[in-house]
Design a protein around this ligand. Structure first.
Ligand code: RIB
Ligand code: CA
Length: 314
């Protein structure tokens, strides 16, 4: 079977780096490009961290482009408490072996998608993708699918109701979710389940192979900082492209809340099979119609962990 052409949009990020290692090494994927955006850390750190992850994976030929430095409306809010000061576990890795390409992320996305067909995997705030869709609307008809690591049908992480990637740029997410592109939402309802145990993380970290070693060191960082295990996180969204059978999804209308003191950035997953008495309210009807989204509600965590280990470990 021919490998699936993919592009990643990242805010590398501990778990973004795990996703990059998996995408580079999977024979089921043809990684065409990676675009960077501010999120877990500032966009220049994201570029450097992305290039370092590609260096460790031995993938010096994958083009990397710098994208948006801030969300459309919100300020930048780096997640140092989760990813460290440099965004990649403060591992003091050597400087990247190369520079990013000179073009902006939106241009690299546009021309790569035009040469498609491309599955776009977004692992970060959706600022670059919103700018792409507003600058080159034709892209919406060219994309095969967007697999969004983001959102939640129930519990948030950035707030009680909103997931980090969506909450950091709700306006961008609203643009992407109403663009009419087929979307799989790999959200918090599955995100934390695929987790590697500490002894396995230690085994990877002891590897002489740079890619496996980096994966192990990143997972050890997670074990030390929280959760008691090495969460695949963003790498789970890449696994969902490689092995969609490991994911259970249901198709629902999804809206992104832009107002709300306590709900801004919530992905409102409408699981009703009836119309409510306020659905026809003129105020509700004045907003864009929600897109139908394949929402991930179950994941075979052991299957995705096994896939990650068999692919990344050499
Ligand atoms: O909520 C988790 C998401 O936010 C992950 O993509 C993580 O890397 C951060 O970007
Ligand atoms: Ca991320």
């Amino acid at each position: 079977m021919n490998p699936t052409p993919v592009v990643l949009d990242v805010d590398t990020g501990v778990d973004d780096a795990l996703a990059i290692l998996l995408a580079v090494r999977s024979p089921a994927l043809d990684l065409r490009a990676i675009t960077c955006v501010a999120g877990n850390t500032d966009v220049d750190n994201v570029v450097a961290n992305t290039l370092k992850a590609l260096d460790a994976a031995g993938a010096g030929d994958i083009p990397v482009a710098r994208g948006a430095a801030t969300p459309l409306i919100e300020p930048v809010r780096p997640a140092r408490h989760v990813h460290g000061d440099d965004g990649m576990a403060d591992l003091k890795l050597p400087a990247p072996a190369r520079e990013p390409v000179g073009e902006h992320a939106v241009e690299l996305l546009r021309r790569t998608i035009a040469d498609g067909p491309i599955t776009l995997v977004t692992l970060a705030p959706l600022t670059n993708i919103a700018l792409l869709l507003r600058t080159h609307p034709e892209v919406a008809d060219q994309l095969e699918r967007i697999v969004v690591m983001g959102g939640t049908a129930v519990v948030g992480n950035a707030t009680a109701s909103a997931e980090f990637n969506i909450r950091h740029d709700p306006e961008a997410a609203a643009i992407v979710f109403s663009a009419g592109v087929p979307i799989t939402m790999y959200g918090l309802d599955v995100f934390y389940e695929p987790t590697i145990d500490p002894p396995t993380a230690d085994r990877l970290a002891a590897s002489a192979e740079p890619g496996a070693q980096l994966a192990g060191r990143l997972m050890q960082y997670q074990v030390d900082r929280y959760r008691g295990g090495g969460t695949l996180g963003d790498a789970g969204a890449v696994a969902a492209v490689i092995d969609p059978g490991g994911l259970r999804t249901e198709r629902y209308p999804v809206r992104v809340e832009l107002g709300g003191t306590f709900t801004r950035g919530q992905t409102v997953v409408d699981r009703r099979d009836w119309a409510g008495d306020l659905d026809n309210d003129p105020y509700v009807a004045s907003h864009p119609q929600p897109g139908l989204v394949d929402v991930a509600l179950g994941v075979d965590a052991a299957r995705y962990c096994a896939l990650f280990l068999s692919t990344v470990e050499r």
